[in-house]
Design a protein around this ligand. Structure first.
Ligand code: NOJ
Length: 534
């Protein structure tokens, strides 16, 4: 790759879920001023870019993914001026900022939908997807909404006698991208934020902005799978090319990262087009992979096979705001693989550390989710505090900034944060920053070595043939050669010194911190990952 390659190929992204990141005003909900105050911590960690999940006005049925105004800030999060200040200060620290763009659906309180639902003749009626009932009075097709396999993706509007489509909650009606005015309005949203200086977007379920015009039933073989995980039609690619043109028309290399929530990596790969659709698309299988060498090798092989190196650059992600955190998953994955309960808890931290090594050394752009650098587990949410319709509260617990009782979340009038904190109060930013052996420092060292050694971000990649239970790969650029090896087993493995690893090779980063800087002795402990160079 040439040195003129876009910044986002080398960048490490950090996802901020604003409700849970940092609270400046003591109302128990994080906000933009809270993020601004913590920018120095993010710069210290060494990440290059922030992705900020939605902060727009919203009734919060889906905690901001139900937007009632695309071009403003919800008062809970602050004001447009707060956003401008945040962007300015992030840029001054060398941090780029991308924001969520939610093109598939609005809130049912968005003025467009309020007008659309007011009657069949309304100006915005065709901005949404309406259909007459079948002769039996049932929904137009069998599509299932997200979150509840028994919920149809249609809601009946009594006054007008028609159904409207919503691939998510009924409070999130789908926009009709066949209507040119919708396309123009959503392009205008992109321009609004690009003009303000954002570095790009994370496009929510962007593969859903095209629908099969006949709205055919989903096959019986996938009954119960939400339609948003199946929707894959040609027209979306034309729409993405138009979006790409718009974004590329801005200076500075803005980026469009798409959430293409389809089950096959091959299908996701098509959304890069011929290098003229999405710049990046999330690669979700690692987000569901148990801690098992075979699963990880398969994820990597599939990714390499599916993405055309001339048109598509991979991405890697372990956790996000929609799924259990990987440390929590690795606890359970171990139980699933038949290990004794007591060993799993002790092993989830080493596993999460080794996974961080993979995330930050595989070929592609890594996306961190806030708090994974602390090794957080999901919070356990008592039933009376559960708020998310999709049952995703656990991974959205507030970030503990210190070990004091409020964890850095000021309480006004005794207000608790909107969700309980994660367990293990020693896992907080302040204490881990003071402890060079912490997970936080491991992430920082990995990010730093990645920046120092371009082979680890932009270099060539090939998997090594290693004994079962070990996963290893080589990263190369010119004369520079690096090798990463991960031991997925519960026992030490010796003599891991086949070529290219030889005499004089050094251990540069070790997931447990041991032996760093020393010659590599060929030994890898259980659940340990090592980054080596010759
Ligand atoms: C994907 C987002 O990540 C998720 O949080 C949201 O519920 C759906 N899209 C709907 O916008």
């Amino acid at each position: 790759m040439a040195p003129s390659d876009p910044w986002w190929k080398e960048a490490v992204f950090y996802q901020i879920y604003p409700r849970s990141f940092a609270d400046s005003d003591g109302d128990g909900v994080g906000d933009l001023a809270g993020i601004r105050a913590r920018l120095p911590e993010l710069a210290w960690l060494g990440v290059d870019a922030l992705w900020i999940s939605p902060f727009y006005p919203s009734p919060m049925v889906d905690f901001g993914y139900d937007i009632s105004d695309y071009c403003d800030v919800d008062p809970q999060f602050g004001t447009l001026e707060d956003f401008d200040r945040l962007l300015h200060e992030a840029h001054a620290l060398g941090l780029r900022v991308i924001i969520d763009w939610v093109p598939n659906h609005t809130s049912d309180r968005h003025p467009w939908f309020v007008d659309a639902v007011s009657g069949r003749a309304s100006a915005h009626r065709n901005w949404y997807v309406w259909r007459d009932p079948t002769p039996e009075g049932s929904p137009p097709n069998n599509w299932v909404a997200a979150f509840d396999p028994s919920a149809p993706a249609w809601t009946f509007d009594e006054p007008s006698g028609q159904w409207y489509l919503h691939l998510f909650e009924s409070a999130q009606p789908d926009l009709n991208w066949d209507e040119p005015a919708v396309v123009e309005a959503m392009h205008q949203v992109l321009r609004f934020w690009l003009d303000r200086g954002v570095d790009g977007f994370r496009a929510d379920v962007v593969h859903c902005i095209g629908k099969d015009p006949g709205l055919p039933d989903d096959p019986g073989s996938v009954a119960g799978i939400p339609h948003c995980a199946l929707n894959d039609v040609p027209v979306t690619h034309r729409r993405l090319r138009e979006i790409r043109n718009l974004v590329d028309g801005y200076p500075g290399g803005r980026v469009m990262v798409g959430e293409v929530f389809l089950l096959s990596t091959r299908a996701v790969a098509t959304y890069y087009g011929d290098g003229d659709e999405l710049h990046l698309a999330f690669n979700f299988p690692p987000l569901f992979a148990p801690w098992q060498e075979g699963h990880w090798t398969e994820c990597i092989e599939r990714t390499v096979a599916a993405l055309d190196p001339r048109a598509a650059w991979p991405t890697w992600v372990l956790s996000n705001h929609d799924n259990p955190r990987h440390r929590s998953r690795y606890d359970r994955a171990a139980a699933f693989l038949g290990e004794a309960e007591e060993t799993t808890e002790a092993r989830s931290e080493p596993r999460a550390r080794a996974a961080a090594v993979l995330l930050l050394t595989l070929r592609g752009t890594p996306f961190l989710f806030q708090g994974e650098e602390l090794g957080l587990l999901d919070a356990s949410i008592p039933p009376d505090r559960q708020v998310d319709p999709g049952g995703r509260d656990g991974c959205r617990a507030p970030i503990p900034w210190n070990g004091r009782s409020d964890h850095g979340w000021p309480s006004v009038n005794g207000r608790q944060p909107w969700l309980p904190f994660p367990p293990e109060s020693f896992r907080n930013h302040e204490d881990q920053r003071a402890d060079a052996t912490s997970m936080l420092h491991l992430y920082r060292r990995l990010i730093a070595v990645r920046r120092r050694a371009p082979a680890l971000s932009r270099g060539g990649f090939d998997l090594l043939e290693l004994p079962d239970g070990l996963l290893g790969f080589r990263r190369t650029m010119g004369d520079e050669v690096w090798v990463v090896v991960v031991n997925f087993t519960d026992h030490r493995i010796d003599h891991v010194r086949q070529p290219p690893v030889g005499d004089g090779w050094r251990l540069v980063v070790s997931s447990n911190g041991l032996g760093e800087g020393a010659p590599f002795d060929g030994t890898i402990g259980p659940d340990q990952a090592v980054v080596l160079t010759g």
